[in-house]
Design a protein around this ligand. Structure first.
Ligand code: HEM
Ligand code: HEM
Length: 230
């Protein structure tokens, strides 16, 4: 694929001499466009929810498109963009969190295991929010989910609905209320996760003496030093 890594990966330095240190390309342009595009689209979706429905839906679809692209890029993208490069199992993630608490976690050039777990949670929540929004926008779309009515509809079948007619109940008002509820819970969860994500970014920036948000803008980070994980 595109070689988006800088040539010079030799330089190493301690945390103190950031300004003169060798820099290496870590985030390729598409990862950066994806990231700030998602941030912008989520902000627009939030600000227009219940206000300007058309813009809300366009922003939501933009989120869905960006996430779809990222899933593909996670398979074929540049080195640090690939899921195989940064997704770790629960054991490694817990070990990393333990090291963080003990204040001895190592610096990662790409995503660290805790950040990677948060990325998975964010991508899932982004997808779920956009998907429930899409379902809600057209009542007929719910009918395309064959197995859901039996599970969910009875809970919303009130006295206006025949208990046997669960599909009708699901397609009716109850379904939309349920979907709206799920959509809203996911949108709120997304905000919570994003806040934790930014907290993690700020913490890691301080711990390793580097500006991680700026690196997500320029694509470059201080080259790996001794003990860092590339
Ligand atoms: C709606 C809010 C946000 C969402 C959904 C979000 C989502 C994500 C995702 C999915 C990634 C993985 C990037 C990739 O490999 O493709 C990421 C990484 C990152 N995000 Fe965000 N983000 C949000 C807000 C922010 C904000 C406000 C900042 C700046 C303070 C920020 C800074 C970063 C940084 C620095 C990374 C790279 C972390 C690392 O070095 O491992 N994010 N974010
Ligand atoms: C990640 C993207 C999205 C976010 C963060 C988001 C967030 C929200 C929020 C916070 C609400 C307000 C709930 C309330 O207070 O009633 C809402 C409502 C809604 N959203 Fe989304 N949404 C997203 C994507 C979508 C998409 C893709 C669609 C449809 C194509 C959509 C359709 C709707 C509809 C129909 C409502 C109900 C508006 C009403 O009250 O009539 N959303 N969304």
């Amino acid at each position: 694929m595109i070689d988006l890594l800088a040539d010079d990966e030799q330089g190493h330095d301690g945390p103190g001499d950031g300004a003169q240190a060798a820099r290496v390309r870590v985030w390729d342009p598409l990862v950066r466009v994806f990231h700030w595009g998602v941030v912008l689209a989520v902000a627009v979706a939030w600000l227009t929810a219940d206000e300007v429905q058309q813009i809300h839906e366009v922003a939501g679809y933009a989120v869905a498109g960006l996430v779809a692209f990222r899933l593909l890029w996670g398979l074929v993208g540049s080195r640090h963009a690939r899921f195989a490069a940064f997704l770790k199992g629960p054991r490694a993630t817990l070990a990393y969190l333990g090291d963080m608490i003990a204040g001895r976690e190592r610096r990662y050039l790409g995503h660290n295991p805790a950040g990677a777990a948060m990325i998975v949670a964010l991508l899932l929540t982004l997808s779920g929010t956009a998907f429930t929004g899409w379902l809600m926008a057209e009542p007929d779309r719910v009918a395309m989910l064959p197995s859901l009515p039996q599970i969910v509809a009875p809970a919303f079948a009130d006295e206006d609905h025949d208990d046997h007619d669960v599909v009708t109940a699901w397609r009716g008002e109850g379904a939309n209320e349920a979907l709206e509820e799920v959509h809203e819970v996911l949108a709120n969860l997304l905000l919570l996760l994003a806040a934790l994500h930014v907290g993690g970014v700020v913490l890691a920036s301080f711990r390793h003496h580097e500006n991680l948000p700026l690196a997500m803008v320029t694509g470059d980070k201080r080259a790996a030093g001794p003990g860092d994980i590339t």
